[in-house]
Structures are given as C-alpha cells and as structure tokens.
Write a new protein. Structure first.
Lengths: 848, 119
C-alpha cells in the first residue's frame, strides 16, 4: 500500500501561547530598556552638542563684542592723541600770545592734506566765534562759528571736544572737528583751537573689511552713521537707545541698524569722540560656524543612533523569527504527539510521521516504510514531499530497510559519492543525499524505516538529526501502542465473534433477523450479545443481553452467559429459571442485564422474563400498534437477588413482531429513554412496511447516527401463520405427553382442523408415543421424534423411536392402543427396523 | 367419589384419563368396598387413552369377581367413539347416561347374591 500526503494539517495555535508568551514578556522589557538607554544616550549627546553650540555662540558673540570694543578703543586712542596734539598746539607760545598773524604763520605747518595730522586743517576761533587764523591757504572762514558745537562746547566746558560729523560748507566733505579752549599767558580763555579731520569713506571701510570688520558701523554722538557717505541715521532708531544704556554690549537676535531681523549687534562707545562702534551682522554669519559644527555633531550622533536602532530592530526581527519558528515547531510537535496518540492504525501513524518530517524539513522528500504486519507481504509505504522539495515522488523506497539492516546503525547517511561502482546502492532519481533512520519497537527490533531525501548534498546539523530521531522515537512508541491494541482488539473481536451465533435457526412461519455491532471503542469490544436457540421440542428461545463494561473481561462474561443460555434453552428451561441459573455465572464485581423469551411456534405462546433489561416490544404488523411486554419482576444479574424473578406469558397472534434490543440502540445523550424506545417502535414498524431487504440494518441506521460507537444488538422475530409441519423430539416420558397433546391440539386448531378430527389425531399420536415409550424403550430413557404434516385435507403423523421393539408385559393393553390408532386413523402402520420403530398414520380431513 | 345409595358408588371423572393418571384411578377404584357396584361418570372427561380404558376394563373384571358391577356412564361423543373403536362394551358395561347406570346398578344390588348375568 502506498499513499502520498503533501502537508500536515495547520496546527491549532492554542497550546503554545503560554510558552511563547513568557518569552515575549521577557523580550518586551528588554527592548524597552535598550530603547530607553539609546534615547538617553542620544539625548545626552544632543544636549552636549546643544551646550557646545550655545557656548560656541557665546564665544562668537563675545568675539564680535571684543572686536567692537577693540575698534572703539582704537578710535578713542586716536582721538585722544589728536586732542593731545591739538592741546599741544594750543599751549604753544604762538597760540598763547593770541596773535592771529603769528598763529596763521604757525598753522601753516598744519596745512590740510592727507598727510597732515588734521587732514581738514586747524584754525583758531576767537571768543566771538570768528575764525582768526587758519592753516587753510584760502584764509579764515568769513562766517560766525558760534553755533558750531565744537566752539560752543569747548567754550562752555573749557574742555576738549570732538564734534559730530558735519558736512563742510565749502567742500561738501564730511568732517569731524576737534576743539580745545585756548588761554593767554595768564590763563584767561582766549578762544577755541579747532582741528578737523576728513572722514574718507571708502578706504576706511576697506581697511576695516580687511581687519575683519565687515559690517562695522560708527555712529556719532548725534546718531549719524559716520561710516555712511550721507551720514544717514540708522533705520532702526530704537537701537540707539539701547546703545546709550551701557558703554558696550551685545544684542543677540535683534533687529539690525537697517531694521532687518535676525541680527547680532555688538557695540562699544569711544569716550573721546562720542562715537559708538557697532558691529551689525546676521546671526547666521556670526553663529554659522557654531551651527555647522553643532549640525555636524548632531548628524554624527543621529547617524549612530539610527545605526544602533537598525541593529536593534534587525536583532529583534531575527529573534522574533526564531521565536516564531520555535513556536511553530512546538505546535507541530504537540500536534504530532496528539495525533499519534489518537491514531488508530499503523497507516495513520505512517502518514503522520511522513507529513511531520516533511514539515520539519521542507526541502526534503520523505518516505516511511513499515515492515509487513502479521505475515502480510510487502512493506507499507507512505511518501511525502516537503513544500520546497524539488524531488519527484519517490517510488518504492523499501530498499531503505535493507541498507539499514546491513549497516547496523540506527541512522545512515548516503550521498551520491557513496554510490557503489556497480550501482547496487544507487540513490533514487535526482536524489543527491539521504538520511535513513530505523524505526524500532520496544524490544529494539526494527519495524520499519524512515528516509529523508534531498536534491543536494545535504548534511544535517546535530540538532536536526536529534529532531528526526525524536520523531522516529514518537512514531515507534505509537506504533508499539497500536500493535498492542490491534492484537488485543483482534483477540477481543475474535472472542466475541466466536461467541455470537454463526447462524439463526430457520423455522417455518417464523422470520428471525438480528443486527449486531461490536462497538469498538479504543479497541475494547462491548459486552452485548444476542442468541436464538431452537430446542428439540420445537420451541424457540431468544435472548438479548448486555454485560456492563468493555474489553476481554466483558466479552468473556458475555460468552459464559450466552453459553449458559444455550445450554438451558436446549433443555427447554423456562425463561425465569434460565435467568436464575445464569446469575450464578456473573462474578461479584460484574453486572449484566438480559431478557429471555421462549416462543412456541405451534401454539404461539410466548413466555418471558427479564433481568433488568429494556422492555421487549410487540408490534402489530397490520395496525402498526406498538406495545411493550408487561414488566416482570427481576433485576440485573449480579446486582439484585434473582430469586424474585418473575415470568409472564401470553399468546400472540400471527402478524406480530417481537423486538429485543440493547441500550446501545436507544440511549442517546440528552434524550428521554422512554421517548427513544417509542421512536424505536415506530422506526421498526416503518421498516417492516417498507419492503426493505435489510430491515434490522435499516432500523439501526435510522436509530444510530454514528457508524461506530457503543455496541448494540437488535433481534426481530416476525411471527406468521402456524407452520404446516409440527416437528419435534421429546424425551420418552409419559408425563410429557399431556403437554404434547395440548400443543398438537392447539397447532391443529390454528391450522383450522375441526375438533373431532383434532381429538382423533391427538389420541392416535398419544397412543403411538406410548407405544414408543413402552415397546421402543421399555419405559427406559430415549427420545421420541414426532412429526405431523398438515395440508388442506391430509394429516400425516410419524412417531419414531430409536429403541428395539420389545413386547410389553401387558401385551393385551397395548393391543387396545394399536386398535385405537387403527380405528382412529384412515391408515396406520408400524414399521419395525433394527434402528427403531416408526409409526406412520394418515388421515383424510373433511374440507372445512 | 360419592355414595349413591346402598352398595353403589359413583366416581365422577374429569380432565384426562391417560397413561400417567390411570394408575391413580386404579388405586382409587381398588379401594372401594368389595362387592359394591361402581358407576364411573365420564361425562366430564376430556380425554381417555388406552391406559384409561385398560384400567377401567381391569377394574371391571375385579369388581365383577366380587359380585359387583362397574358401569361406565355418560360418555360424550368423542369418548363413545373410542369405546366403539376398541369394542369397550364387550368387557365393560356402558350406559349412555348416569341415570341409566344407576338403575342398572341398583338392580344389580337387588339381585345381590345371585349369580351374575354373565355367569
């Protein structure tokens, strides 16, 4: 036999939840911990980067401020030097003398020009605000300078002063004018000495640019931007107020001089000129480096974090995959174990083994071969293909067992390299390597082989071989269990079958049909039985019984009870007595119910008794009316005393069916037993009127859903017209003749024979029987065979014994008997043979 | 069994007189007063076989020997037919009814001491 399976059933996913759940519950916190640590590290790193960035920003801002201060200091120093120079000139004797002519001559050395200390020249203004002397070759300005700040401030404060930027009236140049008061030799104020410098725009700014002073702006005391050609005032005038608050400072993320946002402004004031030096740069420029650095570092940290996360995710994924694979394997294993435990035959075990191995090794094809069981020929083989196997379906791999047998090792690896030159060990088509494993029974005796076949030179890892061996071990155990159960079951079934009737007696006018099911549950047969016995006196004895329990013990008790029944029934023991006698066979811990019915087919008298069994049914074939036999007192055998067992009798009419059955037919979980018995009655009536061939089979099929299950027995007795032949044997005892006469009379009455003819026939028969008892056996033991045949108008009587004729001590009396026979019957003769005597009589009957 | 006047006993049989019950009847009849006449009423007898007939015949002989008389009376049809078949009236006095039988019995008692008819 060979079967192929493709895949194991999808396992149920309930078993392993607990197992994987615990792993999962461990993994969760682990992952959470790693993620938290990673987040913490990244956070700290980013914080450091942030702080470094902040610090770099501060540094950049400080550098900006420093540059502003530096510039302011330069300006201060410069103007202080200029003022010192101017004061020196003012202290010169020429200026002290107050002589304009002399001063003009003296001032000639300070002619305006690029190389001059005072590029716009110097001049002396008297207290009236008139320029009296100048270094300008064009001569003194002919205008009052009283309104000029450099004049008024110097006079008022008597201290040097530097003016705001002013535009020269004649030259349109932008100037800054410094002034110091002049005194005479007695220290009296004489006027103001002023020196101007020209603010040259472009070159100044270029230098500033070279020195890193891009964005440098200088604002004079009047709020003019001296660095601008037009001396424009800043658009953002609010900054000027900020500048006045301190000598120097830094404004971050503020609006710039031109009103644009996002600027960093550093400022510092120079006391001498009253200038404010401003470095106004976009924040992006100032903090560019810091930002770039921070971004670079953050990028590095982020990349590292992403890499770590990716690694973590990969590891997790891998772990989950392994977990899933492990879980699936656990599920498959549990499924296999369960299935093997439920397997009822070796075929199922083989199929399970093959498909399980094919599931574990998807790239393999699997073959499992079992040794032939119980003298059968040829191995039983199942092949299966893993879902990734590229091998063709294997054919007849029974050679595996030969290889294993010769190797002496439980696991053999064969590869294409192992091939013998003569090809004797040739692997199957396209197989490059295979593993062969012995299946051993509990005595380590090989009972088969399993083979894994690969299309490549596959070498299984140690744990994979262990997995295969675990499978094989399970299969071996299951197989051993099944073999044990099979043997036990075979014994039980054989025992039971041997104990059940091999055939049913056939009696004219009676139709007996039986259905029996052993009801195998876990190889244990049940204890139901039935039997039909025809005793020599022509009566039929029916029984149906049920031994509680299963297995060999139940079968043995069932057999004992059935044999006892047979023995007693053959002796024509009455039903109640049969039950009482059967009770002796039931052991103390046993229990059985049974019902016994004796039926006389000639008189239609039915006698019955029950030992706690379900009530037999009587069915009127014509009307369909179902009735139960009146209950009789009597409990189960082995349960209650059988002393009170009661017997009842009734006469049934032709066209009645008697039904005996066991509980397997009517008991159904959750249903009322009485209702089920009524259902059984209706079902039988329907089956009887349906003309079906197999009435009992049909009834069982309709009453019982499951094809296998509890054991059950059903016995149907259809009682028809009284038979045309009365054929019995009875012991040669005078006291039995009365019963015989009664039975024959009833039978003849049933057959429609009128009373006087019945009387004559009964008397003639009686005399013939006495004849046999007296002359055949000399009143000793023996058997008398009585046969009456009746058809429409003839009655034939035959009475035979196996004795040897002997003369009666009262021969004259017997003479009367013979006279009677002759006188009563139309014809009669006595045939004496060495083997016995036969009385043959015949009578014609009037048509009735 | 009951007395029906002096020297006359009436034995009423019912049921079946056959091989297993005949011996009882034989003992019963043998236990009667010697010389008394016995009327056996078989009107309620269902069945009689050769053993029953023999018992009656043998007893009749014994009763006669003691100057009594045994009369079988009231045989229904099926029994009368049996009597006819075996020629029962040749060995036993048979009367159709109990009344007739009692008459004959009383006459026999009246003729007591006389030689019986048969002799």
């Amino acid at each position: 036999m060979s079967t192929e399976v493709n895949r194991a059933r999808e396992p149920e996913a309930s078993f392993d939840e607990a197992l994987t759940g615990s792993l999962r519950s461990l993994l969760g916190p682990l992952v959470a911990g790693v993620l938290a640590a990673l987040a913490l590290l990244t956070g700290v790193a980013l914080l450091l980067v942030w702080r470094q960035y902040e610090s770099a920003k501060d540094e950049a801002a400080a550098a900006l401020e420093t540059r502003a201060i530096l510039a302011a200091t330069v300006f201060d120093t410069y103007f202080a030097g200029q003022l010192t120079a101017l004061s020196a000139i003012a202290s010169s004797p020429t200026v002290v003398s107050g002589d304009p002519e002399a001063m003009a001559a003296y001032f000639a050395r300070f002619r305006p020009g690029r190389r001059s200390t005072f590029t716009a020249g110097v001049g002396w203004i008297d207290l009236n605000g008139r320029q009296r002397a100048t270094s300008d070759p064009r001569g003194p300005i002919d205008a009052s300078l009283k309104d000029r700040t450099y004049f008024s401030e110097a006079v008022a404060t008597r201290k040097p002063f530097v003016s705001e930027a002013i535009v020269a009236r004649s030259t349109d140049r932008r100037l800054v004018v410094m002034s110091v008061p002049t005194r005479d030799s007695r220290g009296r104020l004489t006027g103001v000495l002023a020196g101007g410098i020209v603010l040259t725009q472009s070159s100044e700014n270029e230098r500033a640019s070279d020195l890193g002073y891009a964005g440098l702006e200088v604002i004079d005391r009047d709020g003019q931007q001296v660095t601008r050609r037009d001396l424009a005032r800043p658009v953002n005038a609010s900054l000027l107020a900020d500048f006045k608050k301190s000598k120097e400072g830094l404004l971050v993320d503020t609006r710039g001089l031109d009103g644009s946002g996002g600027r960093v402004v550093a400022y510092a004031s120079s006391a001498a000129p009253g200038w404010t030096t401003v470095l106004d740069e976009p924040a992006s420029t100032v903090f560019g480096t810091a930002r770039a650095t921070a971004f670079r570092e953050a990028s590095v940290i982020g990349t590292a974090a992403v890499i770590v996360l990716a690694l973590l995710a990969w590891g997790l994924q891998r772990q989950r995959r392994e977990l899933r694979a492990g879980r699936a394997q656990v599920v498959r294993w549990a499924q296999l174990t369960r299935s093997l435990n439920e397997a009822i035959d070796a075929d199922a075990v083989r199929t399970l083994c093959a498909s399980a191995l094919a599931s574990e090794f998807p790239d393999s094809s699997v073959a499992v071969a079992f040794e032939p069981a119980h003298g059968a020929v040829g191995h039983d083989v199942t092949v299966a293909r893993g879902r990734r196997s590229s091998l063709p379906t294997l054919e007849d791999p029974t050679w595996m067992t030969v290889v294993l047998a010769t190797s002496g090792s439980p696991v053999v690896r064969e590869t294409s390299r192992d091939l013998q030159p003569d090809g004797s060990d040739a692997l199957p088509d396209r197989v490059r390597s295979c593993y062969l494993i012995s299946l051993l029974d509990e005595t380590e005796h090989p009972v088969g082989a399993a083979g894994l076949f690969f299309a490549s030179e596959k070498a299984l890892a140690q744990h994979e071989i262990a997995l295969v061996e675990a499978h094989v071990d399970q299969v071996s155990q299951a197989l051993a269990r099944i073999r044990r159960h099979e043997q036990e079951h075979d014994v039980a079934v054989a025992l039971q079958q041997s104990l059940l009737p091999s055939g049913l007696p056939t009696v004219e006018g009676i139709e007996v049909a039986a259905y029996y099911r052993a009801g195998v549950v876990n190889t244990a047969v049940g204890g139901d039985w039935y039997d039909v016995v025809r005793s020599p006196d022509g009566r039929l004895h029916f029984t149906v019984g049920d031994v509680a329990g299963r297995g060999i013990e139940a079968a043995v008790l069932m057999g004992q009870l059935r044999n006892a029944f047979r023995a007693y029934a053959l002796d024509n023991v009455s039903p109640a007595l049969i039950i009482k006698l059967c009770a002796r066979h039931v052991p103390e811990d046993g229990m059985a119910t049974m019902v016994c019915v004796t039926f006389d087919p000639y008189t239609h008298k039915l006698t019955y008794a029950s030992a706690g069994h379900l009530p037999p049914l009587l069915l009127d074939d014509e009307s369909g009316v179902v009735s139960r036999l009146d209950p009789t007192r009597g409990g189960p055998l082995g349960w209650l005393s059988v002393e009170g067992t009661e017997e009842k009798e009734l006469v049934v009419t032709p066209g009645t069916t008697l039904a005996l059955y066991t509980d397997g037919l009517v008991e159904r979980r959750g249903e009322d037993l009485d209702g089920r018995i009524d259902t059984l009655g209706r079902t039988i009536v329907e089956a009887l009127t349906s003309d079906a061939d197999d009435v009992v089979g049909g009834v069982v099929h309709r009453m019982v859903d499951a094809p296998v299950g509890d054991d059950l027995a059903l016995l149907l007795v259809r009682i028809q017209e009284a038979p045309g032949t009365f054929d019995i044997e009875l012991p040669a005892q005078r006291d039995l003749l009365r019963g015989l006469r009664h039975r024959v009379d009833t039978w003849l009455e049933q057959r429609g024979v009128e009373a006087s003819a019945r009387g004559a026939a009964v008397l003639a028969l009686h005399e013939a029987c006495i004849n046999a008892i007296e002359h055949g056996y000399g009143n000793g033991p023996g058997t008398v065979a009585v046969t009456l045949e009746h058809d429409r108008n003839t009655l034939k009587i035959r009475v035979a014994d196996n004795g040897s004729w002997r003369d009666s001590p009262s021969a004259s009396d017997r003479g009367r008997g013979i006279v009677l026979m002759r006188g009563l019957m139309d014809a009669s003769r006595i045939v004496k043979k060495p083997t016995g005597t036969e009385v043959l009589m015949e009578q014609r009957l009037g048509s009735s | 069994v009951h007395a029906a006047g002096e020297g006359v006993v009436v034995v009423t049989l019912s049921g079946e007189l056959e091989t297993s019950t005949a011996e009882d009847l034989r003992s019963l009849l043998a236990g009667q007063t010697p010389g008394a006449s016995i009327v056996v009423d078989v009107s309620r007898l269902d069945f009689i076989d050769s053993s029953g007939l023999n018992t009656l015949a043998v007893t009749a002989r014994a009763v006669r020997a003691a100057t009594g008389l045994l009369i079988v009376a009231g045989a229904p049809d099926h029994i009368a037919r049996v009597f006819e078949i075996v020629g029962f009236s040749e060995s036993v006095t048979v009367q159709p009814s109990l009344a007739d039988a009692l008459d004959v019995a009383k006459r026999n008692v009246a003729a007591s001491g006389q030689v019986p008819d048969e002799h």
